[in-house]
Design a protein around this ligand. Structure first.
Ligand code: CA
Length: 645
């Protein structure tokens, strides 16, 4: 009788390929297969079988074969027999693959290291709240004509590395632009091998974000200069990461372990049928909203994800992970992830989407969702609270938030200013977004943002929700949205180009919400807007620089926020708080109303203004004495000092 998938034996050793020039050991976990053949090929595609050899059945559901001689550069698959059925599969543990990831490849990983890679490492990060993260896509960053880099590197890993690139107006683009922004980390949209781009035809007009995983431990081929040679994409991906590290910027990888492109053709399904996916009776459940969900709670799935994450950290020097639809993960798996990854990289950044994308089979109390965030040891989650409080729900294009027509959101905003953690001056009972009080234990559990690759860009949201307003009024709303994010407790995050009013316009007045498969033209970053929106870009740069200079904006513990942050009661539409310690007093005011707001203190008080409605800087812009005024629809950040007599 056939064993049930949940009864498959657990194998704790190393899986995949162990390569040396003298011999290569292949080990596959395929507990339900009757027979497994190792197929060796000359190339990653085409009719070029070298030989087919039987694998030996070994311990705990594994199959082993040892090939003597140097197999470097040889492609391989497994041919698995289940009764009458014969399936050919790539290696789930493949480190390299041929074109379109169909066949795996034996690779000498040492040879894929760029020069000096053994000394490469990301920047120091004392605590998660010191991070400032910008979300990038390989394609979008280097695709637009305004990028101005080398033609053959357009849309590739190597394009991300190129420096000295300039827009038509002479503004820095690509890596130089990111470096100039002052962010500490970039979050790269999927760079693992995904399914939806035909790598053999990158000359064709194709575009996809890549949230459809194929080979979890292989970089995407269409981003390499040669997707046919498995070692090329590995080297070029490492070169990209090293270039960001040289620029002092950490690299966070967006990982999608919640589902695979499909079930039937997945190497996970072919090698261990129905083990890797959650299934209710005969139906694969859909917690990802993409047709299937990985059964993270099963020991060999958990091991697979852990092995994969550790591999990216040790082999590629990745500095963090952003977990797509993290709510599909069970808490135990995520707990092990944070524990084991922090053992090898104590400063690693770990965060994700604390929700699911559909109806998951996993019980709510076991999910890594916002409501269970405090059961995890500092794995941060995106705050849809701050996102929607600032500029309105993502589920209605016209819905407004604090900056674009709902000044009454000033009170709920307190929830997010303290990092969605506990603070005595926040009215949790009256909070209208997430029910049940503070979901974060500490501000370092919270990622604050108003735009990411999903939904309308911030600028498009403001265009749709502020139709009757002028461009200048929308810019003011944009500046205020940014001022709120960068002065709130938590980890600030933004979509690349938010600083130059990035837009994804499909046609006149119609904007893309989910542009994952739309054209490169719609998705690409138009650096020409750096010229048009130069003042907005400068505002973001100023906010980033100011935040980096002032530790009070980056507290990582709730008790420190309680101790150092105090709100002043204000009329609706106005948020007024101070952050203070023995070194400094930072005054922050967000005035979302129409009226001017006046703060009067002793004659001897000085307000050194660093951020106002128009400008933001790490240097003092000007000083008020005794009284200061904050105009409607503007924010202000000032250092409060006693004037010297
Ligand atoms: Ca691919």
């Amino acid at each position: 009788m056939k064993q049930k998938p949940e009864k498959y034996p657990m194998y704790t050793g190393a899986l995949g390929v162990q390569y040396t020039a003298a011999k290569t050991i292949f080990r596959l976990w395929a507990p339900a297969a009757d027979r497994v053949l190792l197929q060796l090929y000359e190339e990653g595609n085409g009719d070029c079988l070298i030989r087919s050899v039987a694998m030996e059945k070994a311990e705990e559901g594994t199959w082993v074969n040892v090939q003597s001689g140097d197999l470097k550069g040889i492609y391989y698959t497994y041919l698995l027999t289940y009764g009458e059925d014969v399936l050919e599969s790539a290696d789930p543990y493949a480190a390299a693959a041929g074109v379109n990831g169909v066949r795996s490849m034996v690779v000498d990983l040492k040879e894929t290291d760029p020069k000096g890679f053994e000394k490469d490492h990301g920047p120091k990060l004392n605590k998660p709240t010191d991070a400032i993260i910008c979300e990038l896509s390989i394609r979008d960053t280097t695709e637009h004509p305004s990028w101005g880099g080398t033609e053959k590197k357009r849309g590739k890993f190597l394009g991300m590395v190129e420096t000295g690139t300039k827009s038509f107006e002479g503004n820095a683009t690509g890596l130089d632009y990111i470096k100039d922004l002052g962010v500490t980390h970039v979050q790269l949209m999927p760079i693992y091998d995904f399914c939806s781009i035909d790598e053999s035809r990158t000359d064709k007009d194709q575009y996809n974000w890549g949230y459809d995983p194929l080979n979890y431990n292989v970089p995407e081929g269409s981003y390499s200069s040669n997707p046919f040679r498995g070692e090329v994409r590995i080297r070029e991906c490492k070169e990209m990461i090293a270039a960001y590290h040289r620029a002092g910027i950490g690299v966070v990888m967006d990982v999608v372990y919640n589902h695979t492109f499909d079930v039937k053709n997945s190497c996970l399904q072919k090698t261990a049928p129905d083990y890797f996916y959650r299934k209710k009776n005969t139906v694969y459940t859909n917690g990802s909203g993409c047709g299937n969900e990985l059964a993270t709670e099963r020991p060999m799935v958990r091991k697979y994800i852990l092995d994969s994450l550790k591999y990216w950290v040790t082999e590629y020097h990745v500095d963090g992970f952003r977990f797509d639809l993290m709510g599909v993960f069970d808490l135990e798996t995520l707990q092990q992830i944070q524990q084991e990854l922090r053992e090898i990289h104590p400063e690693i950044l770990l965060y994700g989407e604390g929700w699911t994308g559909g109806e998951s089979l996993l019980p709510e109390e076991q999910r890594a969702v916002k409501g269970n965030a405090q059961l995890l040891n500092h794995v941060a989650m995106f705050s849809d609270d701050i996102r929607d409080t600032i500029k309105g729900s993502v589920f209605s294009q016209e819905a407004a938030g604090l900056v674009n027509g709902r000044p009454e959101n000033s009170r709920p905003l307190r929830y997010s200013i303290v990092g969605a953690a506990k603070h005595s001056q926040v009215d949790y009972a009256g909070y209208v977004f997430t029910q049940g009080g503070a979901w974060a234990g500490d501000p370092c559990d919270t990622v604050n943002y108003v735009s990411c690759h999903d939904n309308l860009t911030l600028w498009d949201k403001l265009q749709v929700s502020m139709k009757e307003k002028t461009k200048e009024e929308r810019m003011a709303a944009n500046r205020q949205a940014a001022a709120v994010v960068f002065t709130s407790q938590g980890i600030p995050f933004f979509l690349s180009g938010e600083d130059f009013a990035r837009s994804k316009e499909i046609k006149n007045g119609v904007f893309a919400e989910n542009s994952y498969n739309l054209s490169a033209q719609i998705n690409a970053m138009d650096y020409g807007r750096l010229h048009e929106f130069a003042s907005l870009h400068a505002y973001y740069k100023g906010l980033i620089a100011f935040r980096k200079k002032h530790p009070l904006l980056r507290l990582d513990r709730a008790e420190d926020v309680q101790k150092h942050l105090q709100f002043t009661d204000t009329p609706e539409g106005i948020i007024h708080f101070e952050l203070a310690n023995q070194n400094e007093r930072i005054l922050v005011v967000h005035n979302a109303g129409d009226q001017e707001y006046e703060i009067t203190q002793k004659e001897s008080t000085r307000f050194d203004v660093y951020v106002d409605g128009v400008r933001a800087s790490a240097e003092c812009l000007y000083t008020w004495h005794g009284t200061c005024l904050v105009k409607g629809h503007t924010s202000m950040v000032a250092l409060v000092k006693k004037a010297k007599k």
